[in-house]
Design a protein around this ligand. Structure first.
Ligand code: DGL
Length: 257
């Protein structure tokens, strides 16, 4: 099986890391739309356009399944279960909501996400339907994506920004926090250090892998990883190496190729 994923930049690599771990023999094609990053500040119409272009790109590069490895894009892809050519399309919203619902004990769930994701109300609507007594604490974190893209995970600027973003979550007493942007698991250690061990951090990657295992059982494939970036991204390789380790068959390609 060959699995396609896309994100605006390095964030989707956190989902790819989990999929590669779960399906070591599968092939992967990753598209980082770095030319149009960030997605998190874009309007829904723009995200819809980018999302369908990216799905089409992956479809034309021989994948069997598409994972929208970006929450901001997933907000406009909730109802897209199939690509134009009929390939299955998965998003990251449902899996995050599902784990958070199981994890929370005090029914206070914070969502850290981009402006696009928070403003779409996607999580508020998700929980309202499944448990109306659950309180959602939304927290826009627009500065985190550029900080991660710049590789500033252990920098004092990031520390300062995290303190600011996490304060309302701590004050509200959330016991569960959805990392509602695929870039944020890269900051998991730093977020956990501030929130403490009593707060559960939710990363949907494992649940996405579980869903693929159940529905598609990808046992074999080329074992190859093709990475496409729509523009240069100085820290991409560094992130790819630290998240994926040594990837023997990794090749960087240009979208026109
Ligand atoms: N990693 C993405 C997300 O999950 C996109 C972030 C961005 O480009 O702003 O929302």
């Amino acid at each position: 099986m060959h699995i396609g994923l896309f994100d605006s930049g390095v964030g989707g690599l956190t989902v790819l890391r989990e999929l590669k771990k779960s399906f070591p023999k599968a092939g992967f094609t990753y598209l980082g739309d770095t030319a149009r990053l960030p997605y998190g500040n874009k309007a829904p119409e723009t995200l819809r356009k980018y999302t369908s272009q990216n799905i089409e790109f992956l479809e034309n590069h021989g994948v069997d399944l598409v994972v929208v490895a970006c929450h901001s894009a997933s907000t406009v892809a909730l109802k897209i279960n199939k690509s134009p050519k009929g390939l299955p399309v998965l998003n990251v919203i449902g899996p995050s909501g599902e784990i958070a619902l199981k994890a929370t004990r005090n029914k206070k769930v914070a969502v850290m996400a981009t402006k696009a994701t928070i403003r779409s109300q996607v999580y508020v609507n998700y929980f309202k339907e499944l448990d109306p007594t659950l309180k959602v604490i939304p927290q826009e974190c627009p500065l985190l994506v550029p900080l991660v893209e710049e590789g500033l995970m252990d920098d004092e600027i990031t520390d300062f920004v995290l303190t600011r973003y996490l304060k309302p979550i701590q004050e509200a007493g959330a016991d569960t926090v959805i990392l509602g942007c695929t870039h944020y698991p890269i900051l998991k250690k730093q977020i956990a250090a501030k929130l403490g061990t009593a707060v559960e951090l939710i990363d949907p990657a494992e649940a996405v892998a579980q869903q693929i295992a159940t529905d598609h059982n990808p046992k074999d494939g080329s074992g190859r990883l093709d990475l496409y970036l729509t523009d240069h991204a100085p820290h991409f390789l560094q992130h790819a190496e630290s998240l994926l380790g040594g990837v023997p068959n990794m090749q960087f390609l240009h979208p026109e190729s």
